[in-house]
Design a protein around this ligand. Structure first.
Ligand code: NDP
Ligand code: BG6
Length: 511
């Protein structure tokens, strides 16, 4: 494992309790992230992990399952994984019975006394969301929210509610069990290095701020295109769809960082206040016409992705044969404040698209007078800033340059910064950064209750409309394509076009 950019000192000792430990997320993301923190020396052998679920594992059989998951992720670290296994434990539980939590508490006390640990507990809820009520209630009843002798924190996985009302109810419920400072609503996009760098890019460089507004920016594009389909998660996804799965949380959080004012301080409270103001200023969709004009939804059909034939969404396991769930969505938002008046923010996401790429694209206005209009290729030129969130992470600014020689033949060229140039540093995984932050009690990169509710408030009218009208709105697109053509038409209304990213960001050739 290469040296990573995370802190290099050890953390307070304690136990991470993962509810849903037999599930997909624990094996694929959580355990690899925790192991990586251990392998860098940030966690020590006195930071234990206690897995909890219904399945009848014991410590040994659970360790075997986790060992296999870690070997898949880190095949060269068999020895370190072997040693790490000794700090993993498992406790089966009946999640609805008080007795189950009493057993859990007794088990925790046993581990704490055996390893001489302080009473620091981080609970990670990686279960079906219906249990986000049950588990904190029982934990709080047993005093596992009392911080007088050590921290007690709760990480909650998405989805956080299914609309504004349910998010409010869940927030109200959680606030009876835990203080807001103890709650960590995860949005793993905020854990991505490149997303955090957006804050540094915007607020550590004075040169961009004077241009970062409606006077200079023509449109902003934020998209997360995926090549994968719905996989084994159709049970959840068919009820959710792309708008709730990706836009309500990850992409609106990205938009919040792109559009926010400079915070008073670089701390959780100030940053979250500023992104909240953006969410409050996003223009709400008030009528059917608003939604039909500004929203395009699609669903994948069979097609070729990376040279392999893939089936249609409706043929996926656990998907209804006549499902009208959207696997693609493009939405045009406007932010009604002074900075962003009349600047469209085009947000898009989709599964089974041509290429996996997440980018923020700032398209600047062109010069007022087209100086070089007679010169081929430069007549319609506009400066573009591309922040590549993943993969091939980096930032690129395009501008016009004169071709050497007679006349004024100009070409588009670019200046770039690429993370791959940092030879010594590997990008820390998002979950690694977020678990580390939660262990340190820093919730800057987690969503606050009011922001989650505001994001639902933006999305709710669209979801309500689609409940009745999805069938008439839905456009089908072949797997491996760029999605429905109607999303291109939405931009053409203002003579805008989606950026067309190529596979290799660093080596993308200019015309
Ligand atoms: P899985 O269905 O794979 O796992 C769910 C886990 O919850 C299992 O460990 C299951 O264990 C446990 N569980 C279910 N019902 C109960 C119960 N009544 N009592 C105790 N344990 C129970 O889900 P994932 O791991 O995929 O997802 C977990 C959470 O994370 C979900 O909320 C999901 O939305 C979210 N998430 C997942 C992502 C992913 O990539 N997988 C990405 C982002 C969010 P058992 O059956 O043994 O009880
Ligand atoms: C999850 C969504 O939150 O994010 C998935 O539920 C999606 O549907 C995933 O595939 C994308 O995450 P990433 O980090 O691969 O962009």
């Amino acid at each position: 494992m290469k040296k990573k950019g995370l802190m290099q000192h050890k953390l307070a000792h304690g136990v991470i309790v993962i509810f849903g430990a037999s599930g997909d997320l624990t094996a694929r993301k959580l355990m690899p992230a925790i192991f990586s923190l251990y392998n860098q020396g940030i966690l020590s052998d006195r930071n234990l992990i206690l897995g909890v679920a219904r399945s009848e594992f014991n410590d040994q059989s659970f360790r075997e399952k986790m060992q296999q998951a870690l070997l898949n992720e880190y095949p060269d670290h068999a020895k370190a994984i072997d040693v790490f296994m000794e700090q993993i434990y498992y406790q089966p539980i009946n999640i609805y019975a008080k007795a189950g939590y009493q057993e859990l508490k007794t088990r925790l006390q046993g581990l704490q006394s055996q390893h001489d640990l302080p009473n620091n507990l981080l609970f990670y809820l990686s279960t079906p969301p219906s249990l986000y009520y049950e588990i904190p209630k029982h934990l709080a009843e047993l005093g596992l929210n009392d911080e007088s002798d050590g921290y007690k924190r709760v990480i909650i996985e998405k989805p956080f509610g299914t609309d504004e009302q349910s998010a409010k109810e869940l927030n109200r419920h959680l606030s009876h069990c835990y203080d807001e400072s103890q709650l960590f609503r995860i949005d793993h996009y905020l854990g991505k290095e490149t997303v955090q760098n957006l804050l540094v890019f915007r607020f550590a460089n004075a040169i961009f701020e004077p241009l970062w507004n409606a006077a200079h920016i023509e449109n902003v594009q934020i998209y997360a295109n995926e090549t994968i389909g719905v996989g084994s998660r159709a049970g959840y996804y068919d009820q959710s769809g792309a708008i709730c799965d990706m836009i309500q949380n990850h992409l609106l959080q990205l938009l919040g960082i792109v559009a926010m004012e400079a915070p008073a301080k670089m701390d959780a409270y100030s940053i979250r206040n500023e992104t909240l103001k953006v969410f409050q200023s996003i223009r709400r969709f008030k009528s059917e016409a608003d939604i039909r004009e500004n929203v395009v939804i699609g669903q994948y059909e069979a097609g070729c992705v990376d040279g392999k034939l893939k089936g249609a969404y409706r043929e996926e396991k656990d998907v209804q044969k006549n499902s009208v769930t959207e696997t693609y969505a493009a939405i045009r938002f406007f932010i009604d404040n002074w900075r962003w008046h009349d600047v469209p923010f085009y947000v898009r996401t989709g599964k089974r698209l041509k290429q996996r790429v997440t980018e923020v694209v700032i398209n600047f206005k062109s010069t007022p007078h087209p100086f070089f209009s007679q010169v081929q290729k430069i007549s319609k030129f506009k400066n573009q800033l591309v922040i590549r969130i993943q993969p091939d992470e980096g930032i690129k600014l395009s501008f016009a340059a004169k071709e050497p020689g007679a006349g004024f033949k100009a070409h588009e060229v670019d200046m770039g910064f690429y993370y791959s140039d940092f030879a010594q540093t590997q990008m820390p995984a998002a979950y690694e950064r977020l678990i580390l932050d939660a262990l340190q009690g820093d919730n800057t990169l987690f969503s606050r209750n009011d922001a989650v509710e505001a994001c639902w408030n933006i999305i709710d009218p669209i979801i309500a409309f689609l409940k009745e009208n999805a069938a008439s709105m839905l456009k089908f697109y072949p797997s491996g394509s760029n999605g429905p053509i109607q999303a291109d038409h939405m931009l053409e209304e203002r003579q805008h076009v989606w950026r067309n990213p190529t596979a290799n960001f660093k080596r993308q050739q200019k015309g």
